[in-house]
Design a binder for this molecule. Structure first.
Ligand code: NAP
Length: 271
């Protein structure tokens, strides 16, 4: 007999092929959920299907580039056909961008907003008819600590996540009357493939994250807990929470701390 907080609930995760999304698939499956797994790398999605089926979940893998409207429409059609509705949408897919604001190519900035913001809006709108079929449905938007407080060399990425934060607040109010809750989960630095896939301004590359990293499993466990408790805003890692609080209480002082982080983060600048 399956057990757990999400028995029989259908959870769709974008960016389920690696990192936090893949760990979230395992964490929700362990709580009895059925999964719809979306990403571009199909062979990795098939591995995740095997992992979660081993935990007793039913899982559907859908190859989907969330920046392509036709892929997103097919994702929702396949979800509807196999499950008849959707209980939880996890908007997790994302890419990073590194480099000083002055050096970021406009094309890179647009790409980071396209994946992290515009595609999230597209997926959310397309999922709403399916979410409305299930009482107490939920949307979980994966942001970042950097969406709450900007750091040097991460301004383009932080700006896209700050846009997600603002959108989340509006959506939460707009959907409250329909009993669809909208949650925000903001991880700190997490050990995943994220930095390998990240776009870099020409000549810039990050040497190492300036703070200790969490594991994807830790983020996924916190996400499941937030989902179970309907916690509206989850900022992860103690340093992440301290950073947001310190910025609120003493922004000038935190600006000085932020300036010092540059030295820890930069590997080289080619001339
Ligand atoms: N790692 C961190 O330090 C950190 C910190 C704070 C927040 N976050 C956020 O956490 C989320 C997950 O990142 P991660 O750390 O797990 O990185 P990751 O391992 O690189 O995972 C990113 C996922 O997004 C998917 N993705 C990227 N572009 C896509 C597209 N156009 N269409 C569909 N899927 C796409 C990738 O799948 P395919 O390549 O197979 O499409 C992959 O599954 C992101 O929103 C990220 O901004 C990460």
């Amino acid at each position: 007999m399956p057990s757990g907080a999400f028995v029989g609930r259908v959870v769709l995760i974008t960016g389920a092929s690696s990192g936090i999304g893949r760990a979230a698939a395992r964490a929700y499956a362990a709580q009895g959920a059925h999964l719809v797994l979306a990403a571009r790398r199909e062979e990795l999605l098939r591995e995740v299907v095997r992992e979660v089926e081993g935990l007793g979940a039913r899982a559907l893998a859908v190859r989907c580039d969330i920046t392509r409207p036709e892929d997103v429409e097919r994702l929702m059609r396949e979800t509807q056909a196999s499950h008849g509705g959707l209980d939880i949408l996890i908007n997790n897919a994302g890419i990073g961008l590194f480099g000083p604001v002055e050096a970021l190519a406009e094309e890179q900035l647009r790409q980071v907003f396209e994946v992290n913001f515009f595609a999230l809006v597209r997926v959310t709108r397309a999922a709403l008819p399916l979410l409305r079929r299930r009482p107490g449905a939920q949307i979980v938007n994966v942001s970042s600590v950097l969406g709450h407080r900007g750091l040097p060399l991460l301004g383009g990425y932080g700006a896209a996540k700050a846009a997600v934060n603002a959108l989340t607040e509006s959506l939460r109010a707009e959907l409250a009357a329909e009993n669809i809750s909208v949650l925000l989960v903001s991880p700190g630095f997490t050990e995943t493939e994220f930095r390998e896939h990240r776009l870099n301004a020409e000549g810039w590359r990050q040497s190492a994250p300036p703070l200790k990293q969490m594991s994807a499993d830790e983020v996924a466990a916190a996400m499941v807990k937030a989902s179970r408790r309907q916690r509206r805003d989850t900022i992860l890692t103690l340093p992440g929470r301290v950073m947001v609080l310190a910025n609120r209480l003493a922004p000038g002082l935190f600006d000085r701390v932020a300036r010092r982080m540059i030295g820890k983060m930069v590997k080289r600048q080619e001339s």
